[in-house]
Design a protein around this ligand. Structure first.
Ligand code: KG4
Ligand code: ZN
Length: 338
């Protein structure tokens, strides 16, 4: 079964063809990021207009790269939310039109849930132009704990057989990626801030500045206080802190909070599989810390291919296929199908 995925929740216009929910045949992404850079954040109106300009071309390119025709599509899957409303509307309207014209079913996919599905996609052969190394499909576990860490969300889920997601905890204020972006701005680094902080943190001491963001008790997170702490510490003229030390200490504090809560969720629910997804999961310091801790606790931790940590449509096509197959659409988180 060939599913087409369409993703337009933020600044990426993406389309992908995936076979049987698991094998990526193409994965095309057009980003309007450069138009937003000077604003140090995403401007919704600019993003929506860019989606309108790119969507047909991106879908055509995805078909071309997969060597398939439009009539080969069996299922249309589209991000239904969460995301910027104007951006979502472009993808959803396009997908509805296509599904109607092709007389093929349409599946609405939750963006956060799809980030967790990204770890279970495979591709053969390697797709170097997409930074995707050859990767075998991992077996789908019956139960898992999922951590989504992106620019808009930081949430922990319990995922059960048949792709039912239960939220166990979430940020009560800023998302982890948002904190990376805001702290990068304070340190006069570029946007998006995550990759910039990771780059300069390599030359810094993660224990140089005392920072912590363990947040509320339980499985919720909080990342707004640490941003203010960084602001005060950068303004403190008595103790001059190097940017690299600040970045490394900030990165460490955020990652420790994510590690602590994720492994507590595994312990509480007696689950031995932890899956991480979302843009911040591209961070190598984070990956190393989770892998270290997983080894100590005898837990399996899965990450997507680095290129699939960020927004993409392969994860939408993949999870859309599973939802369709399990017929869970109307029961699980109000997804819809026509
Ligand atoms: O999942 P994503 O592409 O979009 C949303 O759904 O939000 O995530 C984007 C976020 C941004 O906040 C960006 O700064 C962060 O992911 N990010 C990173 C890294 N690469 C991207 N954060 C930390 N380290 C990175 N290497
Ligand atoms: Zn995302």
């Amino acid at each position: 079964m060939l599913s087409l995925g369409i993703e337009t929740s933020c600044d990426e216009t993406a389309a992908s063809l995936v076979e049987n929910g698991r094998v990526i045949l193409s994965n095309v992404i057009a980003s309007s990021l450069k138009l937003h850079r000077k604003h140090q954040g995403i401007i919704p109106e600019i993003a929506s207009r860019a989606h309108i300009e790119s969507i047909s071309l991106v879908v055509e390119q995805a078909l071309k790269e997969a060597g398939r025709k439009i009539i080969d599509i069996d299922l249309v899957c589209v991000t239904k939310g969460p995301g910027l409303i104007g951006s979502l509307l472009v993808g959803i309207s396009f997908a509805r039109g296509l599904s109607y014209a092709l007389k093929k079913p349409l599946v609405g996919v939750d963006h956060l849930e799809a980030h967790l599905y990204a770890s279970f996609l495979s591709n053969k052969p390697a797709m170097p132009f997409m930074a995707l190394a050859k990767r075998k499909a991992k077996p789908l576990p019956c139960r898992l704990i999922g951590l989504v860490v992106s620019g808009g969300h930081t949430s922990l889920f319990l995922v059960k057989k048949g792709f039912t997601f239960k939220t166990l905890g979430a940020t009560v204020d800023d998302a982890a990626g948002e904190a990376f972006d805001k702290v990068a701005k304070l340190l006069n680094l570029g946007y998006p801030g995550g990759p910039e902080i990771e780059r300069i943190a390599k030359g810094g001491n993660p224990k140089a500045v005392k920072l912590s963001c363990m947040g509320p008790e339980g499985l919720d997170f909080s990342f707004s206080g640490i941003k203010t702490a960084v602001l005060y510490k950068t303004q403190d003229t008595r103790h001059k802190t190097q940017n690299a030390d600040m970045a490394a200490s900030f990165q460490r504090a955020v990652v420790e909070a994510l590690v602590e809560k994720s492994f507590s969720a595994c312990a509480r629910h007696k689950i031995k599989t932890l899956v991480i997804g979302g843009g911040v999961a591209a961070n190598n310091y984070l990956r190393n810390r989770f892998n270290q801790e997983a080894d100590l606790r005898n837990i399996k931790v899965y990450f997507p291919a680095p290129a699939l940590s960020l927004d993409n449509a392969a994860m939408i096509a993949g999870l859309g296929y599973q939802l369709y197959k399990h017929g869970k659409l109307l029961r699980a988180r109000g997804a819809w199908r026509e």
